[in-house]
Design a protein around this ligand. Structure first.
Ligand SMILES: *Cc1c(COP(=O)(O)O)cnc(C)c1O
Length: 820
């Protein structure tokens, strides 16, 4: 389905510069790094944290020919073949187009909102309704002012139903989402107990969320959540559910199964007893399942059919996982859903992986294709080609039948079994492999065959959180200020190319490592950004030059050694970074050493000063602000002197993380972001930080023991049971970086949501926790740190700084990366 450019112009009420009125763009884009079918793209220059107008020319050069803009600049001149639709507000135009598109369809649209569970409920309703319907749904958790219109755009005439989630964070946002979405069936998941920042009260928050349903035929909700709300409940009809009061689906007793994996719920519906074995044990999942159950009943499903479907629900994972694979491969695991939009997202993530020469996708048949499957596979083939994939392995009869569309190297198998049998001869080696399969193809078997077994203690790195933190610090910078991000010490313990790829994709200006070999690994992983080496060993100078790394020059000795190495290799104008000592007294040129340095630099054509920098000793500490001020003014003074004598410009930088947040006057031309990227900045109180938690350290319970009062636990019998109880052994010890200081009850871990203390001394590879007060079983997950028990908490106990905790997590703890 597509509209002519003039129909689109009418829908968004724009003033137009048309160069070719025959175009009919059908792909909406607003990120020039994530373009696919450029011929068919309509690019919206959204103005947000970044101004989309800055990327119009770039998108044009990639082949995009249709743009919605609010500022004309000199685009008419620089993009001579493009159509421009000019509006006053690009986001509003984007939303108007989506609302227009929505108006073309009369089939049911389920709209979901609430504080938690929106995405899970959307995915589950999709599972539950898929047997009868062809459903368009929001990709991942696209539920914002941009996500909702983007999701609505995915509706088409092949479908007969849509399920779309909507989220709001402040007053006044829901009206626009309602206009775009117009849900005929409304589902309110739940309402968090507190009112959040953007709302004046809990009641105001509820009122705002309910606006989504003002034109709905039926609203499904739990009245418990509306107790605080006095206004009218929208919807021509209502269907209620819950544990209390007079509701349509009322849940009474529940019983945990013997294996603790499911719960039997008993309830009453239409005066009859009903029961349902919900295949989940945790409270949130059970509640979400009941909400779905109620929705099926509200839609007129027969009670028994609804129950049998709920009993077969399976969990959904919304995240892409990046793991270490066999034969030096990286595996991106994304088998939870297969549709065009989630495929595009996964392919973008594949494309930003540079660590291996090859990129392969293993792709199954699309589920429930009805009608014209040829055009679908044609689109898939185009999409794959546009994302620099080298090889396709197709699994399933349909994709095989459409093999002729795929121009790249491709191999096909009728099913997963045949693929696995052929695995050895496929020679998957040194490549990044994306797994994207419909559920019935059981790609988890492929994932298992391709990934390395992981030791049960893992450090999970949330790449979205990292991206969020990066953008947060970018938003603090004055226009034009550049950014170096610090990836030294294995990116503060969190990874190498996995992090660098994402930073490169996000266009930071430079990376910094401690030693040359860290820089070499990044180069080998395809990182092309400038890389600053803070400690250029004499022995590594040739390596630095051969890999285009840029050294920190902190003394005349280093400068002379380095120029000698450059001369031997016949290099000229090689970029270097001069380090000044403004008070740290660790490395760098002191004020009185500058004249010697300047003399040497002036007479040299071999090196070129790319930047001059210094390091603050205590930018985070208010008690030391005077010293920080002096460092900043000494830095100004010294750089001015260098500039005068050198006769050319270079970049100046002194700010680390806390200086970015606390010392805006220290931004100069560039800043160096370190620990803040990883979610920690001591300038912010622990509980109201604007940063997202990046790293979660997890392990599992390997054994549970019941002990009597007075019995002891661990080495030297230091843990003593104060009462009869039970303990659990966890597979993490000081050799993993979990310090002995955390033993004897000093630190806690989270088990099934509860904090429980350590007991006894921490051992080398294990430790014990006291789980007397909670329910737990062997194999349960244990959280060592996350956003509740934080790295800061542990640092305090260990009387150190968070840096040491993060970088101290040993390399034998596997890192797993997530991207949503
Ligand atoms: C580590 C380091 C940084 C980053 O410091 P954070 O406090 O982690 O932001 C900046 N500059 C230099 C020279 C460093 O060594």
């Amino acid at each position: 389905m597509s509209y002519s450019i003039s129909t689109i112009a009418q829908a968004i009420n724009s003033r137009n510069i048309f160069r070719d009125e025959h175009r009919a763009p059908s792909v909406l884009a607003f990120d020039s790094r994530r373009l696919s079918d450029v011929n068919k793209t309509l690019f919206f220059a959204l103005v947000g944290r970044r101004d989309g107008h800055d990327f119009v020319v770039e998108a044009y050069n990639e082949g995009v020919r249709n743009f919605v803009i609010s500022e004309e600049r000199d685009f008419a001149h620089s993009c001579p073949e493009a159509n421009f639709l000019i509006v006053t507000d690009v986001l509003t135009a984007f939303q108007s187009l989506a609302a227009y598109h929505r108006g073309q369809f009369t089939y049911p649209v389920i709209g979901i909102t609430g504080s938690n569970g929106k995405t899970i409920i959307k995915e589950w309703l999709y599972q539950l309704l898929a047997p009868e319907h062809i459903i368009a749904r929001s990709p991942k958790s696209y539920n914002s002012q941009i996500g909702v219109p983007f999701s609505v755009w995915g509706m088409n005439e092949r479908c007969d139903m849509a399920i779309i989630e909507a989220g709001v964070s402040e007053m006044g946002e829901m009206d626009s989402l309602e206009t775009i979405l117009r849900p005929s069936i409304g589902v309110l998941t739940n309402i968090g107990p507190a009112h959040s920042e953007g709302f004046s009260s809990l009641s105001a928050k509820i009122e705002e969320k309910l606006k989504l349903f003002k034109h709905s035929d039926i609203l499904v909700y739990n009245p418990e959540y509306l107790k605080e709300y006095k206004g009218d409940v929208p919807g021509k009809q209502q269907f209620t559910w819950g544990w209390h009061g007079d509701v349509d689906l009322k849940i009474g007793a529940s019983e945990m199964s013997a294996d603790k994996k499911s719960q039997l719920l008993r309830g009453v519906y239409q005066q009859k007893e009903v029961q349902c074995m919900v295949p989940f044990s945790d409270g949130a999942s059970v509640e979400n399942a009941v909400c779905c159950w109620a929705t099926l009943l509200a839609m007129g499903y027969h009670s028994e059919l609804a129950v049998s479907r709920i009993e077969r629900l399976h969990s959904v994972s919304m995240r892409l996982e990046l793991k270490t694979g066999i034969n030096n491969c990286s595996i991106i695991d994304d088998s939870y859903s297969l549709d065009l939009s989630s495929l595009a997202i996964a392919l973008d993530f594949l494309k930003l992986q540079n660590q291996h020469p090859g990129r392969t996708i293993i792709l199954s048949d699309f589920p429930e294709v009805v009608g014209d499957s040829a055009s679908l596979y044609e689109q898939v083939a185009k999409l794959i080609e546009s994302k620099d994939v080298y090889r396709l392995i197709g699994i399933g009869p349909e994709i095989t039948a459409h093999s002729s569309y795929f121009g790249i190297d491709s191999t096909f198998f009728p099913d997963t079994q045949h693929f696995l049998a052929a695995l050895d001869r496929l020679e998957l080696e040194d490549e990044t492999i994306l797994l994207k399969g419909a559920r019935r193809f059981e790609f988890e078997k492929i994932s298992k065959a391709l990934t390395q077994k992981v030791h049960e203690t893992v450090l999970e790195i949330n790449l979205n959180a990292l991206e969020h933190n990066l953008n947060y610090y970018k938003s603090l910078l004055s226009p034009g200020v550049k950014m170096i991000t610090m990836v030294k010490a294995f990116s503060y313990g969190s990874g190498s190319f996995e992090i660098a790829n994402l930073l490169q994709f996000n266009k930071v200006d430079c990376l910094a490592v401690a030693y040359a070999d860290e820089g070499v690994s990044l180069r080998e992983a395809g990182i092309t950004l400038p890389i600053l080496v803070l400690n250029p060993d004499v022995a590594a100078l040739d390596t630095i030059i051969d890999n285009d790394l840029e050294p920190e020059i902190f003394s005349l000795r280093v400068l002379r050694d380095f120029t000698a190495a450059l001369r031997r290799k016949g290099r000229q104008q090689y970029p270097i970074h001069i380090k000044l000592d403004t008070g740290m007294h660790r490395s760098g040129f002191m004020r009185e050493e500058l004249s010697g340095l300047l003399q040497e630099l002036k007479s040299s054509e071999i090196v070129k000063v790319s930047s001059v920098f210094s390091h603050l000793t205590s930018s985070e500490d208010p008690l030391d602000d005077d010293a920080t001020s002096s460092q900043i003014s000494l830095f100004k003074n010294m750089t001015r002197l260098i500039e005068e004598h050198l006769g050319y410009r270079f970049l100046r930088h002194i700010a680390n993380t806390s200086a970015i947040s606390r010392w805006p006057e220290a931004q100069f031309d560039m800043v160096r972001l370190g620990i803040g990227l990883y979610g920690i900045d001591s300038a912010y109180g622990q509980r109201n930080t604007p940063l997202d938690t990046v790293a979660v350290l997890k392990s599992t319970i390997s054994q549970i023991k019941h002990l009597r009062k007075g019995e002891t636990v661990g080495y030297n019998r230091r843990g003593v049971m104060q009462r009869d109880g039970k303990i659990a052994t966890v597979k993490i010890g000081y050799a993993d970086g979990y310090s002995r200081k955390f033993g004897l009850g000093q630190a806690s871990m989270l088990v099934n949501g509860f904090a429980v203390p350590t007991i006894g001394n921490i051992c080398m590879d294990m430790c014990m926790i006291d789980i007397t007060d909670i329910e737990a079983k062997e194999g349960d997950e244990v959280i060592v740190f996350n956003d509740k028990i934080t790295v800061n908490d542990l640092a305090r106990i260990r009387e150190t700084i968070p840096y040491e905790i993060l970088t101290g997590i040993s390399q034998r703890v596997k890192r797993v990366y997530f991207y949503e």
